[in-house]
Write a protein that binds this ligand. Sequence first.
Ligand code: SF4
Ligand code: SF4
Ligand code: SF4
Length: 297
Amino acid sequence: MTEKLNETQISRRKFLKTTTLTLTGGAVAFGGISVVAFKKDQLQLRPPGALAEELFLASCIKCGQCLQVCPPQVVKLAGISQGFGIGTPYIVPREGACILCSGLPCVLACPTGALDHALSLGKDASMGLAVLTNPDTCLSILGVNDLIYQLKNLQKNKKTSLDQIQLKEILTSLIKRMSENEKKTWQKKFVLKDISENTLMEGVKKIKKMDLQWIINFVSSSGQARTACQVCLDECPIKDEKPIVFLRKTDAETGRDYIYPSVSKTCVGCGVCEQKCPTTIASIKITPRLEWSKNIT
Ligand code: SF4
Ligand code: SF4
Ligand code: SF4
């Protein structure tokens, strides 16, 4: 079955490669319109494999195939008001980042090679680079645990009912980080039948706003509370490539030690760190098309 699938994928790639040249030739004519509309100061994050911007605009035929096959549905098509390559695909990381999904279906689906068919692995995509644009709000530098920060924000919300979507996101991370003993404490508090992750997650439905203070105290006394935020690295789809390294520094004025996220050359600019960064305005942001140099962060 796997062999068959691979054969199909390979012949699809071959088909796409042979049609690329023919179609690109035609697309250049359409591209003229896009190049006029494209404003250089509005570089957008393109899907993986996008050719250099002007070549991309000349090659993309605005068919929307990449958008249709994207599993998390994060690819958007530029509208007339946006003024950059109308109908071309782009991604807004804070709203939904590219997860570099297996097989890069957007690249495979692109009929012209505007998304380069030579790209087959997410770790080789070159979309841009993450930059720590707001170090002043970065929880890692401030020495703040991300879960405690988010729980306190949730508690401040004036609504009487809890934001269930946000709560579920926070508790999914919390449950993954709990020790066995912490799971047992949680099981007892919310009267759950066992400590499997599924059961602990089911228990989320029982949580009321008045339970938040208990949860904040629970996290504050847990082992992981001593760890400042590292969400950008933890959530990165290619974290094994070490695209972010946490480095230690000492504040010259206060003498306080802290760690900070330093982006390395293996970052491909997918945007997941920007999407998941828990601060109100993302502390880390993607600069599309930026190439790595040692001086970025
Ligand atoms: S790699 Fe996957 S998630 Fe990223 S844009 Fe392509 S289809 Fe969407
Ligand atoms: S996700 Fe990264 S950049 Fe954002 S607050 Fe946490 S450590 Fe800082
Ligand atoms: S650090 Fe990781 S999550 Fe952030 S843009 Fe780079 S590759 Fe994507």
